[in-house]
Design a binder for this molecule. Structure first.
Ligand code: THU
Length: 155
């Protein structure tokens, strides 16, 4: 038997340690939570995507009475950005939750992580992921750090 250990690094920042551009991105994600459509879970999520030219695109979770038809904030933002600006690489993605009562950061679901990895592969550059908490921000330098062994067609 062989064992493979998979390790990942997450950097923990205070908001005042982020670059101006990154802080702007986290603020856009927080602001976006106000536009969430979440009448079923009452859990509002906002995502903000930074494109290579500095453009910021936001998205929110969009729920549906047929529950699986809804979409997370991260995929709403990424799909919108990639549809609207297919030639601009996505450099960073910030995710925030409306309810900031807990100290915990919001952590993206597996499906969103897979889409983030696809974006990274598509543009051949790292996608930095910022997970916003009340006082702290968890930063993964690459989306792949959040999804080891992501799906790909076997070569
Ligand atoms: N949600 C997101 O928008 N992003 C995530 O990463 C996890 C969950 C949404 C989906 C649903 O509208 C609500 O949060 C509760 O699961």
């Amino acid at each position: 038997m062989e064992e493979i250990k998979l390790t990942t690094t997450i950097k923990v920042y205070h908001y005042d340690e982020l670059s101006t551009e990154e802080r702007r991105l986290t603020e856009a994600a927080k602001e976006a939570t106000k536009r969430s459509y979440s009448p079923y879970s009452h859990f509002s999520v906002g995502a903000a995507v930074l494109l290579e030219d500095g453009t910021i695109v936001t998205g929110t979770n969009q729920e549906n009475v047929a529950y699986p038809s809804g979409l997370c904030a991260e995929r709403t933002a990424l799909f919108y950005a990639n549809s609207q600006y297919p030639d601009l690489a996505v450099k960073a993605l910030a995710i925030a939750a409306g309810a900031t009562s807990s100290e915990e950061v919001i952590s993206p679901c597996g499906a969103c992580r897979q889409v983030m990895v696809e974006t990274e592969n598509r543009f051949q550059c790292f996608l930095k992921v910022l997970l916003c908490g009340a006082d702290k921000v968890y930063v993964a330098e690459s989306a792949a750090d959040l999804l080891p062994l992501s799906f790909h067609f076997p070569s």
